[in-house]
Design a protein around this ligand. Structure first.
Ligand code: NAD
Ligand code: IPM
Ligand code: MN
Length: 355
């Protein structure tokens, strides 16, 4: 029996709605597998926790999390209670950085049964490799002066190590896929970091002669996501560019509520964290209509990470079938609730594996 101890952080808003449904799906996965066991331990760290304790997690929170195989997180952010930069830097970004989760993998593909807003959505299948620990997300800079002269300076930090790491990951991934990497740049407008990004890309690509490459400025690249996503296989992007591209990735599938993600620790020192692309969606919280697919597909990425790819593939097939049969939440044109979608996925998963 393989046993995985997983720390669960439902977080804020719809995180608390889609996580329990996804845990049920994971329980079902374990049941149909027979030789797999998940032990979940849930932590209430969230904006509400902050209001009560003055911090997003206890002082020894990271020490506690370190002992787990992985972290399964919903979403953080309740701007009505806590400013976003406090809640996010106090938990989500803190975990990503302290646990050296330097890569964020975010797939998007043509999804059976979904109405994509694209004129031609057929058969696109891409993965964004987002640099996850540096870049535009930095605490370097500050705010100075007051009044008329007030200004804010925000420095981006691109290390050679971090940039190469993301690029190498993208090339290795492309070798297992269709052998193509696109670099998201902006070296025409961003004076220091992006010419550096291009230079590193040009060096790294020489190590991968069997992989084809392209390089587009992020503005044009974002437009290509909408007009011809089929040209992409793996895209490597800085932290902020990758963030923006992957919401578009969700949107072109049909809803941001579907898009999954995995924050990967590459050196094996710390757990990886599995958390969908979307946020806590305060506008739909409490209505029972949050799409659970992003979180469930994220659970599938966790299964892949554990080496259970076969079962992961079955789970994704089941999700697509359920969607294709019209059992879906309102964001993708259905009338089902979060729980109904989850329950149907569990039911069909049992059927798919027992026949
Ligand atoms: P959001 O992703 O929460 O919502 C954007 C839009 O997409 C909203 O209209 C929302 O209703 C919809 N949506 C998102 N997920 C959905 C789902 N599963 N089903 C159906 N519809 C869904 O982005 P936002 O509004 O910019 O952010 C809200 C809060 O979440 C903020 O505090 C933000 O900082 C935070 N946030 C957290 C994470 C994270 O923890 N990983 C990610 C993004 C945003
Ligand atoms: C994401 C989110 C986060 C990010 C925010 C909430 C800090 O948008 O995971 O995509 O920008 O990384
Ligand atoms: Mn985002």
């Amino acid at each position: 029996m393989k046993k995985y101890e997983i720390a669960v952080i439902p977080g804020d808003g719809i995180g608390k709605e889609v996580v329990p449904v996804s845990l049920k799906v994971l329980e079902t996965v374990a049941e149909v597998h027979g030789g797999l066991k998940f032990e979940f331990q849930s932590f209430p760290w969230s904006s509400e926790y902050y209001i009560e304790h003055g911090k997003m997690m206890p002082e020894d929170g990271l020490k506690t999390l370190k002992n787990f195989e992985s972290i399964f997180l919903g979403a953080i952010g309740n701007p009505a209670l806590v400013p976003d930069h406090i809640s996010l830097w106090g938990l989500l970004i803190k975990i990503r950085r302290e646990f050296e989760q330097s890569i964020n993998i975010r797939p998007a593909k043509y999804f059976k049964g979904l109405k994509s807003p694209l004129v031609n959505p057929n058969d696109f299948d891409l993965i964004v490799v987002r640099e996850n620990s540096e870049g535009e997300y930095s605490e370097v800079g500050g705010r100075i002066h007051k009044g008329e002269d007030e200004l804010a300076i925000q420095n981006a930090v691109f290390t050679k190590k971090g940039t190469e790491r993301a690029m190498r990951y993208a090339f290795e991934l492309a070798k297992k896929r269709r052998g193509h990497v696109t670099s998201a740049t902006k070296s025409n407008g961003i004076f220091h970091s992006m010419p550096f990004w291009d230079e590193v890309f040009n060096v790294v690509k020489k190590e991968y002669q069997d992989v084809q490459t392209a390089s587009y400025h992020i503005d044009a690249l974002a437009a290509f996501f909408v007009t011809r996503p089929q040209i992409f296989d793996v895209i490597v992007a800085s932290n902020l560019f990758g963030d923006i591209l992957t919401d578009i990735g969700g949107a072109i599938m049909g809803s941001i509520g579907i898009a999954p993600a995995a924050n990967i620790n590459l050196n094996g020192k710390y757990p990886s964290m599995f958390e969908p692309v979307h946020g806590s969606a305060p506008d739909i919280v409490g209505k029972g209509i949050a799409n659970p697919i992003g979180q469930i597909w994220t659970a599938k990425m966790m299964l892949d990470h554990f080496g259970e790819e076969e079962l992961g593939k079955k789970l994704l097939d089941v999700i697509e079938d359920v969607t294709n049969d019209g059992i879906k939440t309102p964001d993708i044109g259905g009338t089902s609730s979060t729980e109904e979608v989850g329950d149907e996925i569990c039911r069909r998963l049992k059927k798919a594996v027992s026949v």
